[in-house]
Structures are given as structure tokens and as C-alpha cells.
Design a protein around this ligand. Structure first.
Ligand SMILES: [Zn+2]
Length: 336
């Protein structure tokens, strides 16, 4: 008998999960202690508060990213930690929600202690953890390497080179993430970025870009990314809702938006479930395709099962519409 675990009663797909926000706090606690890290937490519960987000502790995207930067990325900065973290995410997503296709993203250079650790060891350990998860749970998994808006072009270029090199081991795509206050859209290296993304595509990698998440990157940023970089997918992209012409362009290009409901509420990118309902209805009416994702399940104290329940309880989407989003995710996945 199959236990689907979720209200759709089918296997699910999650295309947008940051490894930095997806590992259970008790595993992070264990890893921090094994590495002898000094923590500003008296006990496990203080630590749990420290590395998960709640409306009391997080008021915007910056504060949310700060949790990852200060703690989870530091704790995950060893080959052993990455292997264990990736395996645990795959295992937990499957057991909690029956997610059987999952794309996990992270920035390898935010796991190498500013260059002290060898990038290849970090990456290979991550691949190893992924392979064990695939073997044990019979699921499909791919890795996405995140570039960072706050990094200079030269560092981001190295990350893309690594993604190309590890493509045959399961790195399926690249992403641009990080602080929206660092607009890479106006970076003097913009044309170099355009070339770099094009090269990644030629070498078989899928492309997604975080943009249009908050109003720091509004419709103009989304448009520029869409026209020049031509990503198959966009992380969030909800700001496109304010621009009918842009929605037409997204629909025409077939670009898929990775929507992360609880994440957007927690970072106040959107103010309510009603607003999300309105945004998704506009995307549907304008033929903009989207998927539903968790972004950082443990950091947000959620999982895919819960996201579906929240969308249904708050009348944001119908069961059929969520099933449709899952189908879009299967089609838009970089895992072949
Ligand atoms: Zn994200």
C-alpha cells in the first residue's frame, strides 16, 4: 500500500529548496557539536530558535538570509556535514510529504570557509550524499549551484565552471541567489554574466535566477533577466504580477516561476494569503506557468505536505490547480 502522505495523494516535486534552509535542527545541532563549534545557544531549544524563522524573528528577506549566512552555512562547511545534510533532506522530504523529485540548491563557496576548504571535496561529498539518498529512497534528485549577487563576477564564474565540471555527476543547473540589495542586473559585468549563463546552457545546465522576489527587484529586473539571460525558470518572480506586458513575455517564453508560499509570507514579500491568491489567479489568467516549492522547509518550519494544506485551507488554489503546478514542475525540472 502506498502512503502518499499529502492531500493530492500523488508523488510530489520540489524544485526550489536551499540546502541551507532544509536540514532538521537536531541534525544541525549534532553537526555543530561534532565540529566543536561554539554556539550562542544554551540548549537545543535556543538553537532551534536560532536557526528557524518565525514572524517574531524575521521581518524581511535580509533577516531571513542572515540566519543562513550566520549559522546554517557555517555548520554545513565541511565535506562530512554536506554529505549528511543532503542525504537527510532527501530522506525527510520523501518521508514527510512523498516528494519523489527534488532539486537541491546551494552555493559551494559559502561552504568552504572563505577558501580554507577545498571546493572539490565539498562538492564531491554533496554528490555522494545525494547518490545515497537516490539509492535508498528510489527518488530523482539533482543539484543546482547558486551564484551570489554579492560575489564579484570572478567568484561566480568559478562556481559555473564547477557546475559544468560536475554536470555528469548530477549538477543539473545554476541559479543566481543572495541579497537583492546587490543588483547584478546593474553590475558592470552584466554582459559577461549573459555570456557565462549562455555557456552554462550550451554545456547542458538548466538556468534559474532569483529575481522579482521583493520590490527590491521589480518588474524591470525580471524583464532584463528574461530578455538577456533567458532562464528556463525564475525563483519567485512574483513582482511580474504588476506588469501585464511582462506577464505576456513570460508566457510567450514559457518561463516557469518557482513560487514559495510560506517563504514569501515570512519575508513579507507578500502580506497575506489573499494577496497570494490574487497573484496566482493573475498568473493563471495570463498563462504564466508556475510551480509550488518550499524554499527552506526547516527554516520556515514547513514542508511540501504542509504547503499544500495551507494553500487549500486558505483557498489560494484548488486541488486541481496544485496538481497542475506539480505537472508544470515535472515538465520544468532540470533532472532528465
Ligand atoms: Zn530561494
Amino acid at each position: 500500500m502506498i502512503h502518499y502522505k499529502n492531500k493530492l495523494e500523488e508523488e510530489l516535486v520540489d524544485l526550489h529548496i536551499h540546502i541551507g534552509g532544509a536540514v532538521a535542527p537536531h541534525i544541525m545541532w549534532e553537526l555543530a557539536h561534532r565540529q566543536g563549534l561554539k554556539l550562542p545557544a544554551k540548549n537545543y531549544w535556543d538553537f532551534w530558535q536560532l536557526i528557524t524563522a518565525s514572524p517574531e524573528t524575521v521581518h524581511n528577506l535580509e533577516e531571513y538570509l542572515q540566519i543562513m549566512h550566520q549559522w546554517t552555512e557555517k555548520i554545513q562547511s565541511s565535506p562530512e556535514a554536506m554529505e549528511k545534510c543532503v542525504y537527510s533532506i532527501i530522506s525527510k522530504e520523501y518521508r514527510s510529504s512523498n516528494v519523489s523529485q527534488i532539486e537541491l540548491r546551494f552555493n559551494p563557496m559559502k561552504r568552504n570557509k572563505g577558501g580554507e576548504m577545498d571546493l572539490d571535496h565539498i562538492i564531491q561529498a554533496t554528490v555522494h550524499g545525494m547518490d545515497k539518498g537516490i539509492l535508498d529512497y528510489g527518488v530523482k534528485v539533482g543539484l543546482i549551484f547558486c551564484l551570489a549577487r554579492e560575489f564579484p563576477f570572478e567568484l561566480n564564474e568559478i562556481i559555473v565552471r564547477k557546475a559544468i565540471r560536475y554536470h555528469k555527476w548530477g549538477v543539473v543547473g545554476i541559479d543566481m541567489a543572495g541579497l537583492e540589495q546587490h543588483p547584478f542586473e546593474t553590475d558592470p559585468n552584466w554582459q559577461n554574466y549573459v555570456k557565462l549563463f549562455a555557456e552554462a546552457r550550451e554545456r547542458g545546465l538548466g538556468i534559474t535566477v532569483h529575481t522579482g522576489e521583493t520590490n527590491a527587484t521589480g518588474p524591470e529586473s525580471v524583464r532584463q533577466v528574461l530578455r538577456d539571460i533567458k532562464p528556463e525558470r525564475i525563483g519567485h518572480g512574483i513582482q511580474a504580477v504588476h506588469d501585464v506586458e511582462l506577464m505576456r513575455e513570460l508566457a510567450e517564453a514559457g518561463t516557469v516561476l518557482e513560487i514559495c508560499p510560506s517563504s514569501n509570507l515570512l519575508t513579507r514579500a507578500i502580506s497575506s494569503w489573499e494577496e497570494l491568491k490574487d497573484i496566482l489567479a493573475k498568473f493563471k489568467n495570463n498563462n504564466v506557468r508556475y510551480t509550488i516549492n518550499t524554499d527552506g522547509p526547516y527554516l520556515m518550519r514547513t514542508n511540501m505536505k504542509k504547503e499544500i494544506e495551507l494553500l487549500l485551507e486558505n483557498n489560494v488554489l484548488t486541488k486541481e490547480e496544485i496538481k497542475q503546478a506539480m505537472q508544470v514542475a515535472r515538465e520544468a525540472s532540470f533532472i532528465k
